[in-house]
Ligand binder design. Structure first.
Ligand code: ADP
Ligand code: MG
Length: 316
């Protein structure tokens, strides 16, 4: 199977090409040709997944395909964007048909479910490496950014936190889980659900937003730094699964505060704002304050010493 057969067989879907709303030309020419919506702005984001760094070689290829797109759609969700299409740059050690079939099935299933067609890419031989670039749109001036949080705003988070980190600890061998507990946390790590409907519904309501990829402390810290404010965060309020709640208090805090790969949205909104109901649980976890820095407290308001940091690829 040559390079072009591979692209045609696993990534190009003739029915969708050109028939997709807003895509004049998809896979197969030198560029994709997209139709901009009048009055909208483009929102563009890339995320790379490297074997051994972001995933293990043993991961189910369909779940890897899902995750490669999901982590990118999560960035669009954080900005309140509507997905319009994505490209895939793929380095593969060899053309393994069973692997490619699973990978493209997981990838394109999420693409269909999100209204985000695959419109192009690049395919090369090399160590397994996946880079997705997503293109989305939002009405001019309505993208959710990190820099809008104001003193007195409440801090909210979607879904539950920490399960992906708990799964990582199971694979590292520091925590033992099996059966349904293991499947729950493993699905959180391998199959995150990008919060697209929530992000779009928060346009005009949230004052700032970010998606959680590297851990709550660091990611919320990005909102604080960009907005020039501080915050108080109630660690006991953080939403968690029953599986995580059964772990030691120290491990729970580590997974909740510093665990990566949650892909939930953290956002700020003025007190009393009417928040959208899109079927995703929202939990109030803190408040924006004028004093710079992030103060972690327990449910009684007492300071919590944690010594935790978010993930950073280049920190020692
Ligand atoms: P060029 O050499 O002109 O850059 P390529 O030969 O790399 O084009 O790709 C041929 C077509 O296939 C292009 O439309 C490109 O966007 C698409 N393509 C290549 N690899 C992928 C991929 N992994 N997924 C989707 N489309 C791809
Ligand atoms: Mg070309």
């Amino acid at each position: 199977m040559g390079e072009f057969d591979l692209i045609r067989r696993f990534f190009q879907r003739p029915a969708a090409d050109g028939a997709e709303a807003g895509v004049d030309v998809g896979i197969g020419d030198d560029c994709a040709v997209l139709v901009p919506t009048p009055g909208a702005r483009w929102l563009v984001s890339s995320d790379m997944l490297v074997e051994g760094r972001h995933f293990l070689s043993t991961v189910d290829p369909a779940r890897l395909g899902h995750k490669a797109l999901a982590v990118n759609l999560s960035d669009l969700a954080a900005c309140g964007a509507t997905p319009r299409g994505f490209t895939l740059a793929l380095a593969l050690p060899r053309a393994d048909e069973a692997w490619l079939a699973g990978f493209s099935r997981g990838l394109l299933a999420l693409a269909d479910a999100s209204g985000c067609p695959l419109i192009g890419g690049d395919t090369t031989q090399g160590p397994l490496n996946l880079c997705v670039t997503v293109f989305g749109e939002a009405p001019a001036g309505q993208a959710l950014l990190r820099r809008g949080a104001r003193v007195g705003d409440e801090i909210w988070v979607s879904g539950k936190l920490g399960d992906a980190r708990l799964a990582l600890e199971v694979f590292r061998g520091t925590v033992a889980l099996d059966g349904l507990g293991l499947e729950t946390v493993r699905a959180a790590m391998e199959c995150p659900a990008p919060r697209l409907a929530l992000g779009q519904a928060l346009r005009g309501i949230a004052t700032a937003a970010i998606d959680l990829s590297d851990g709550l402390l660091g990611d919320l810290g990005h909102i604080l730094a960009a907005s020039g404010v501080g915050a108080r965060l109630d660690v006991d309020a953080l939403p968690r699964s029953a599986v995580l709640a059964a772990q030691s208090p120290a491990l729970q805090r580590e997974c909740l505060l510093a665990g990566g790969d949650d892909y939930e949205l953290v956002f700020t909104a003025p007190p009393g704002a009417v928040l959208p109901d899109v079927g995703v649980r929202l939990t109030r976890i803190g408040v924006i304050e004028a004093q710079p820095g992030l103060r972690v407290v327990d449910g009684r308001g007492a300071a919590v010493e944690h010594g935790l940091r978010s993930f950073d690829h280049f920190s020692a």
